[in-house]
Write a protein that binds this ligand. Structure first.
Ligand SMILES: Cc1ncc(COP(=O)(O)O)c(C=O)c1O
Length: 459
C-alpha cells in the first residue's frame, strides 16, 4: 500500500459510539473554564481524542466474546493459562506474571533486580520506567543514537541504541548494571523503531558483559512490522516470526498491554530467570495480587490473550502504520512541520516551527493544543516547555527542552479514514491561519508534573 493513499480499514463496525459534538463558542467557554489546559476538558466534549494511544484501543468481537468466558476463580483461572500460552508462544520466556499495567510490571521487576547506586541503560526510558528505576535509588541512562534528536533525519531506525556508549557504560560501571532495557518502539523518541541488527548487537554486548537484557515491549508488534518494512532481510518473514526472533535475543520483557495488547487495561512481566521470577511473585502478592491474576480480572486476562494474537495480523499492522503514514503525508504536502519519519503510533508536530512568532516562554506547543481544540474539537498533548520546562536554581529562569512538540497519538482501531482526514484538514487549516494563534502565560502550577493541572491565560 502506498504511504500517500488512504489505507482501508481491515474491519467493519458493529457497535458505534457517538463523538462529542460542540460548537466553537462552547469550546471557547470550556477552554476558559479549563484554564486553557486540555487535560481538564471532559472527554465527552472532545470530538477526536488524540491524547494517547494507551488504553484507548477498540476491542474486537472476538475479545468481547472472550470476556464472557472470564473465569473469576481466585487462583489458577483458565484465562491465565490461555494468556501464559500466548505469551510463551510469542515471547518465549519461561515465566509469565500478570500485572495491572505496564508501570506495575516495571515496579515489580525493578524491585527484584535493581539496587541503590545501580545504573540502568536504555535507548530512552519511558517516564514511568525512569521513575521506577529512580525510585530504587538507581540512575536511568538514555543511550539512543544521535539521529534520534534530529527531527529532519529520515533514518529508518531512530530508536536504535548507541552500542559504543553501551559498551562504555558496561565497562566503566562493572557490577553496577543489573540489567539493560530497550524500549520498542521508542515512545519518548517519537515512536521510532529499533532494527533487528541493533537488537542483536545490544544482546551480544549484554551477553559479553553477563548483564541481563530486557525489553519494554509495549509496541513490539509495531516494531516488528517496521523491521519487516525497512530491514531487507526480513521483507518476506511473517511478523510473528520477527517478534519471536526479537525476544530470542533477550532475557525478559515488561509489557503494557494497553498498547499492543489491544486492551484498555493490563500488563505483564515475562522472563527466564527462576530466582528473579520468585522474587517478583513475592512483591506482586503484596501489591498486585496472586501471581495468576496480578491485579486483573480473569476476563481481562482473556482479552489480552486474544489481543496479542490479533495485533500480529499483518493486515491490521499495515492499516495501523498506514493510517499514521497517511496523516504524515497529508501534512507534508501542505508544508506542516513535523518530526520525520512518522513513528508507529503518532505524528509529532514541531510546534516552534509551526508557530515561529511565539517565543518559547509563550509555550508554542501548548498554544497549538489550545488552538486545535478551539477550532476543531481535537485533543492532542504538548511535549514541550510546559511538560518538561525546568526552573533554573539560582535565577528561577525557565529552561526549555530541545524539542517543542505536539503529539497526535492515534488510538488503535478507533478512528476511520474520514476521521484522520478531518484531523489532517483541521491542522492544515490552522497552519494557514497560524499567525492568529496566541501565546499563553502560566497563572497557576504545581511543583511536579505540572502539565496535568497547570492553568494558563492567553496573552
Ligand atoms: C514505552 C512505554 N513504557 C511503559 C509505559 C507504561 O505503561 P502503563 O501506562 O500501562 O503503566 C508506557 C505508557 O505509555 C509506554 O509508552
Amino acid at each position: 500500500m502506498s504511504e500517500t493513499k488512504m489505507p482501508v480499514e481491515p474491519y467493519r463496525i458493529k457497535t458505534v459510539e457517538y463523538l462529542g459534538r460542540t460548537t466553537r463558542r462552547e469550546r471557547e467557554a470550556l477552554l476558559k473554564e479549563a484554564g486553557y489546559n486540555v487535560f481538564n476538558i471532559p472527554a465527552a466534549k472532545v470530538t477526536i481524542d488524540l491524547l494517547t494511544d494507551s488504553g484507548t484501543s477498540a476491542m474486537s468481537d472476538n475479545q468481547w466474546a472472550g470476556i464472557m468466558t472470564g473465569d473469576e476463580s481466585y487462583a489458577g483461572c483458565r484465562n491465565f493459562f490461555n494468556l501464559e500460552d500466548v505469551v510463551k508462544d510469542i515471547f518465549g520466556f519461561a515465566h509469565v506474571i500478570p500485572a495491572h499495567q505496564g508501570r506495575a510490571a516495571e515496579r515489580v521487576l525493578f524491585s527484584a533486580m535493581v539496587r541503590k547506586g545501580d545504573y540502568v541503560p536504555s535507548n530512552i526510558h519511558f517516564d514511568t520506567t525512569r521513575a521506577n528505576v529512580e525510585d530504587r535509588g538507581a540512575k536511568a541512562l538514555d543511550l539512543v543514537i544521535g539521529e534520534a534528536y534530529d527531527p529532519d533525519s529520515d533514518y529508518p531506525f531512530k530508536g536504535n541504541m548507541d552500542v559504543v556508549k553501551l559498551k562504555n557504560v558496561l565497562e566503566t560501571k562493572k557490577g553496577k548494571v543489573p540489567l539493560v532495557m530497550m524500549t520498542i518502539t521508542n515512545n519518548s523518541g517519537g515512536g521510532q523503531p529499533v532494527s533487528m541488527k541493533n537488537i542483536k548487537e545490544v544482546s551480544q554486548v549484554c551477553r559479553h558483559y553477563g548483564v541481563p537484557f530486557f525489553f519494554d515491549a509495549c509496541r513490539f508488534a509495531e516494531n516488528a512490522y517496521f523491521i519487516k518494512m525497512r530491514e531487507k532481510a526480513y521483507a518476506q518473514t511473517p511478523v510473528i516470526e520477527i517478534a519471536r526472533e526479537v525476544f530470542s535475543y533477550a532475557d525478559g520483557a515488561t509489557m503494557s498491554a494497553k498498547k499492543d495488547g489491544l486492551v484498555n487495561i493490563g500488563g505483564f512481566v515475562t522472563l527466564d530467570d527462576d530466582s528473579v521470577a520468585e522474587r517478583i511473585k513475592n512483591t506482586l502478592i503484596l501489591s498486585e495480587g496472586f501471581p495468576t491474576y496480578g491485579g486483573l480480572a480473569g476476563r481481562d486476562l482473556e482479552a489480552i490473550a486474544r489481543g496479542l494474537r490479533e495485533v500480529l495480523d499483518e493486515s491490521y499492522l499495515e492499516h495501523r502504520t498506514g493510517q499514521i503514514a497517511y496523516l504524515g503525508s497529508a501534512l507534508e504536502e501542505a508544508g506542516v512541520p513535523f518530526f520525520k519519519p512518522v513513528g508507529g503510533h503518532a505524528v509529532y508536530l514541531l510546534a516552534d516551527r509551526f508557530l515561529p512568532h511565539l517565543p518559547r516562554p509563550q509555550y508554542p506547543g501548548w498554544a497549538l493544543t489550545v488552538a486545535l481544540y478551539r477550532e476543531a474539537g481535537i485533543r492532542a498533548v504538548e511535549i514541550g516547555g510546559v511538560m518538561f520546562g525546568r526552573k533554573s536554581g539560582k535565577s528561577g529562569k525557565e529552561i526549555y527542552p530541545e524539542l517543542e512538540l505536539v503529539r497526535l497519538a492515534i488510538p488503535r482501531r478507533v478512528y476511520t479514514a474520514s476521521h484522520i482526514q478531518y484531523v489532517a484538514d483541521s491542522i492544515i487549516e490552522l497552519y494557514k491561519n497560524r499567525e492568529k494563534i496566541r501565546g499563553l502565560r502560566i497563572v497557576r502550577e504545581s511543583p511536579v508534573l505540572r502539565h496535568f493541572t497547570v492553568r494558563l491565560e492567553e496573552i
